[in-house]
Design a protein around this ligand. Structure first.
Ligand code: G4P
Length: 535
């Protein structure tokens, strides 16, 4: 098979949701339908419950699970599907943002009782940054949820995306009878006491088909009214708009009852995009190019603390990745070779000989990789688009054992390379600030520093509202601002200047009073401008 056929076969995606909407359940059901697992319950939830914030055994266990389920590959309808896992805990939201840079589309799960929740909005914002195509699955239809039209309105308004229902619920909660598939005109009846199977599909000629009356009785009138309204209000499904990330098709179902899952998977395989071109800072990289390129989007530490090696997850973007071949590590500017790269077919880790665009390869790493690193063949390239956002909690991290300062430095450096948290350091001096999305990471760092590096740390609270990356066209103005705000200026891991604002008011003032300085709220735009300056 040539590269082109291999690429066309691949669908690489992630399932995202606010915690508890049903991501784990849906993942498991998709794997079940895809034949990747035989029994329900095989995919363990990688959620760390709130109450377990200080239960380190739990953290260790979760790390083990998430290595195993980082990439789940299965075949379905002659396609090779790579499902990339995202963490369930909100404190690990940054991990999810990074994984989103490695997928070609997503399925977004929404709980029909709760509607759009804060994490749903944050995740969608990241999808919109890259125009990632999104399919929405409204879950838990067996519960007394909200009116489906209201839910669709809420999605359009809060998530800032047009929607088009492709299936429609008949009743909800106690009166839930099933769904009508508007895309391929079929009816699926819900049976409360048994799981749905592939044989449950009843083909229907049109919404006026008498078969509907037979199966639905009185409920058919409401369905016909709803469908007429949908056809009047929404334009027909436009696949091009979906592929551009402008329009989200919507499905309704109940993951726990297998309900609506097969239709979702069937439509996904029909409309979801294969791997496409990717922007690098230097140029656009086409997936069909002969030379291999890829980037690291996730790094996972070994769960055995005695071995400090890690697994770096690399998404292949073009060409063919081959085991044992020399490739160029663009940040370290040296040749590297991987003798035991891993793939994740059918949930079993196995050594891979070759991989194609859309695939994810697990590389053993002894500290050579940072998130965002590009590996290429014959050309220097830097893939764009692993954005970092301002953390929400900031603390100064201090070495608590002067005898172990080397271990402390190495530990902090490597843990933040892995993306556990963001590290900011003072341009002059050695002051270190750790920024995270949640409290849990501070405990994770303290625990792992001690157990994996033998170092101890303590934290000093800081009054920081937001971190903003700063750039300026005029170097003198930049130097002046840095001198003026010396105590609040830090460097991120890539050597970019960051301003730590102590309040929203102060940030506004700074922006108003320093029009020559550009304040960036994510690192995406900074990376390219900084690299241009260096060239
Ligand atoms: P998450 O990964 O998005 O955080 O959600 P997860 O799948 O773990 O689901 C959260 C809870 O919602 C689970 O219940 C799960 O069983 C339930 N759930 C998922 N899909 C449906 C559905 O279609 N209908 C109903 N009624 N419930 C659903 P739990 O009690 O928190 O966990 P568990 O003890 O059942 O595992």
């Amino acid at each position: 098979m040539n590269n082109q056929t291999e690429i066309q076969k691949r669908r690489t995606f992630a399932i995202i949701s606010h915690p508890d909407a049903g991501k784990t359940t849906l993942t498991e059901k998709l794997l079940l339908f895809g034949g990747a697992i035989q029994v329900a319950g095989a995919v363990k939830s990688n959620k760390i419950k709130k109450t377990a914030a200080s239960d380190f055994l739990e953290i260790e266990k979760q790390r083990g699970i998430s290595v195993a389920t980082s990439v789940m590959t299965f075949e379905y309808h002659n396609l090779l599907i790579n499902l990339l896992d995202t963490p369930g805990h909100k404190d690990f939201a940054e991990d999810t943002y990074r994984t989103l840079s490695a997928v070609d589309s997503v399925i977004l799960v929404i709980d029909c009782v709760k509607g759009v929740e804060p994490q749903t909005e944050a995740l969608m914002e990241v999808c919109r940054m890259r125009n990632t195509p999104v399919i929405v699955f409204i879950n838990k239809l067996d519960r007394e949820g909200r009116n489906p039209f209201d839910l669709l309105d809420e999605i359009e308004q809060k998530l800032n995306i047009r929607v088009r229902p492709l299936s429609w619920p008949i009743g909800i909660g106690f009166t839930f009878k099933g769904v009508y598939n508007l895309y391929d005109h079929s009816l699926y009846l819900f049976h409360a006491n048994r799981k749905a199977t592939a044989e449950d599909r009843i083909p229907i000629s049109s919404i006026d088909d008498k078969l509907l009356d037979e199966h639905l009785g009185n409920a058919v009138k409401q369905l016909r009214d709803d469908v007429h309204l949908i056809e009047g209000v929404y334009d027909p499904f436009d696949k091009e708009a979906y592929l551009k990330g402008d329009l989200a098709p919507v499905f309704f179902g109940s993951a726990i009852n297998n309900f609506g899952v097969k239709e979702l998977l069937d439509t996904f395989t029909e409309i979801a995009p294969p791997p496409g071109p990717r922007p690098a800072e230097e140029r656009m990289v086409n997936q069909y190019e002969k030379s291999f390129t890829g980037f690291v989007f996730k790094i996972h530490a070994n769960i055995d603390p005695r071995h400090r090696d890690r697994i770096a997850f690399l998404r292949v973007c073009s060409g063919k990745f081959e085991r044992g071949k020399f490739y160029y590590h663009n940040r370290l500017q040296k040749e590297v070779r991987f003798n035991n790269p891993y793939s994740f077919l059918a949930n079993a880790k196995s050594v891979v000989e070759e991989a194609y665009p859309g695939d994810v390869v697990g590389l053993y790493d002894t500290g050579n990789f940072k998130i965002g690193d590009t590996i290429s063949e014959g050309e220097q390239l830097h893939f764009k688009g692993i954005p970092r956002f301002s953390p929400e909690i900031f603390k100064e991290v201090v070495n608590a054992d002067p005898m172990k300062s080397k271990q402390f430095e190495k530990g902090i450096e490597q843990l933040t390379d892995e993306g556990v948290a963001q590290l900011f350091t003072q341009p002059q001096g050695n002051r270190k600030v750790i920024g995270t999305v949640g409290e849990l990471q501070f405990e994770v760092i303290q625990h792992r520093l001690l157990h994996e590096y033998g170092a101890a740390c303590r934290y000093n609270p800081l009054n920081v509202y937001k971190a903003c990356w700063i750039t300026a066209k005029d170097k003198l103005k930049m130097d002046e601002f840095i001198r003026f705000k010396m105590h609040q200026i830090m460097l991120d891991k890539d050597g970019h200047y960051v301003y730590l604002a102590d309040s929203s008011w102060m940030l506004d003032q700074m922006m108003k009073n320093n029009p020559e300085i550009e304040f960036h709220f994510n690192s995406d735009t900074v990376q390219s401008s900084a690299r241009t300056e260096k060239v």
